[in-house]
Design a protein around this ligand. Structure first.
Ligand code: ZN
Length: 230
């Protein structure tokens, strides 16, 4: 029993840290967000809701500047104020904004948002727990191995999740009659924004390479007999 207690402690620590980061994320989102009310966007979210056979797809505005969209652990969808401003300024179409909402809906529907806490402060908890466990068996380089394992795990999980969320969005946008084209043009616009300003929008940083995502979508379109567009 004594031999395993450091491992139990590490697991306990990870669980507590995870709970704490979920609580902190929710508190931050609650205090800095409002319900999105925009007739042009709501027209699109209503079409998605009809395709999903649910009453509505609620979206919230998160009052921060970086261009980002996110699915909270509790399943709520957020678009940042900075992202919404780009839409209001006409840099992004309603359909393109809709494709981001569909992508985030994918993370919720596929149950990614809980797992995605690993992308946030949950990573620290896993790293510390691994360090405590591995450090017991492998002194000196244990912490380094733990750090590497954590980043590998997080990168692998998030990459896989991103492609799945893109695929879900493509299916939903097709069913809702919005189509996959806005999804692809959105990726291109985000990539162009990052070239112009020297810093990539946050939404791109946490996602796979633009060209690979577009290629994956075109593979889907071919499989679904939608590509090349006739
Ligand atoms: Zn995503």
């Amino acid at each position: 029993m004594l031999r395993f207690s450091p491992i139990l402690l590490a697991v306990l620590y990870a669980v507590i840290m995870y709970r704490f980061s979920v609580w902190r994320t929710n508190r931050e989102l609650n205090s800095k967000s409002t319900r999105l009310v925009d007739p042009r966007l709501n027209r699109l979210t209503d079409r998605m809701a009809a395709s999903l056979e649910v009453d509505q797809v609620p979206v919230h505005i998160y009052e921060i500047d970086p261009v980002n969209g996110l699915a909270a652990p509790d399943g709520r969808i957020f678009i940042t104020r900075g992202f919404y401003r780009k839409f209001q300024a006409g840099e992004i179409t309603a359909e393109e904004m809709g494709s981001v909402i569909a992508h985030e809906l994918g993370h919720v529907a596929l149950g990614h948002s809980r797992r995605r806490m690993i992308d946030f402060s949950g990573q620290n908890a896993i790293r510390t727990a691994l360090m405590m466990v591995i450090g017991r068996f492998v002194p000196f380089i244990g912490p380094w191995i733990a750090g590497m394992l954590t980043s590998l795990l997080a990168a692998r999980l998030s990459r896989q999740d991103e492609y799945e969320a893109d695929e879900y969005a493509a299916a939903l946008l097709t069913k809702a009659g919005i189509g996959i084209a806005p999804q692809k043009s959105m990726f291109r616009k985000l990539a162009a924004m990052s070239e112009g300003h020297g810093s990539a929008p946050a939404w791109l940083l946490s996602h796979p390479k633009t060209e690979e995502r577009i290629a994956a979508l075109e593979r889907l379109e071919r499989n679904w007999g939608l590509y090349p567009p006739s």
